[in-house]
Design a protein around this ligand. Structure first.
Ligand code: ADP
Length: 203
């Protein structure tokens, strides 16, 4: 008899009852996809990038604190990010499912999220990974820079953001893969095509 040792089977993300994470490199279309997925399933989208940008627009203390990091395409320090996420989660009932978009981006954040979730009676039900080759991401981010004039979309900053992603965020994927929680989706294609793939992956 052969002994089989395998990672735990990934079951349906939709039926897991837990919170979901959408993860992927800058330019993979996480934000857009998170919005439609959250909308069609009645999940609450928590986009850390959006929350930071909103604080910067409103010129809050947090906004002033994080502005430089966003402009340089660097990650906001983990303690600041985790404190912000904790405050957001405190206002959300444990029975409401959250779709995290842009968080966790470091293994330290992933560990902090486990801790927070435990304290708050929540759990992570699954992780949707949208992936695309670097050339595709660079092309898209350069296009977006022209269209939206985002301060964090100059060519040097784009390259830096992709490098930081590889170093800091790739390990987060392995962290969840070890728990059998990751579903990978090809991010190359039209927005509706990718949405359809994600819908299927969440089944
Ligand atoms: P994108 O989807 O283009 O990667 P986001 O809107 O998710 O961008 O994030 C924009 C910026 O906000 C990041 O480059 C970073 O400076 C900051 N940020 C967002 N989420 C986090 C996080 N979890 N940890 C640290 N910094 C973050």
């Amino acid at each position: 008899m052969t002994e089989t040792v395998s990672a735990p089977e990934t079951s349906s993300l939709r039926d897991s009852g837990g919170d979901l994470i959408i993860i992927g490199p800058p330019g993979a279309g996480k934000g857009t996809q998170a919005k439609s997925l959250a909308h069609e399933n009645g999940w609450v989208q928590l986009s850390t990038g959006e929350v930071f940008r909103d604080h910067i627009r409103r010129q809050t203390d947090l906004g002033r604190r994080v502005k430089g990091y966003l402009e340089r395409g660097e990650y906001v320090p983990d303690d600041v990010t985790v404190r912000m996420v904790r405050a957001k989660l405190e206002d959300i009932s444990p029975s409401t499912r959250v779709l995290f978009d842009g968080f966790p981006r470091t293994v330290a954040q992933a560990k902090a999220l486990d801790q927070l979730s435990g304290e708050m009676g929540r759990h992570i039900g699954g992780v949707l990974l949208i992936d695309a080759p670097r050339e595709e991401l660079v092309a898209r981010l350069n296009g977006r820079a022209t269209a939206e004039h985002r301060a964090d979309d100059t060519p040097e900053i784009i390259a830096n953001r992709l490098d930081v992603y590889e170093e800091q965020t790739r390990p987060v994927i392995s962290y969840y893969e070890d728990r059998g929680l990751v579903k990978r989706v090809n991010g190359v294609g039209s927005v509706p095509d990718v949405t359809a793939r994600l819908r299927e992956a969440a089944e």
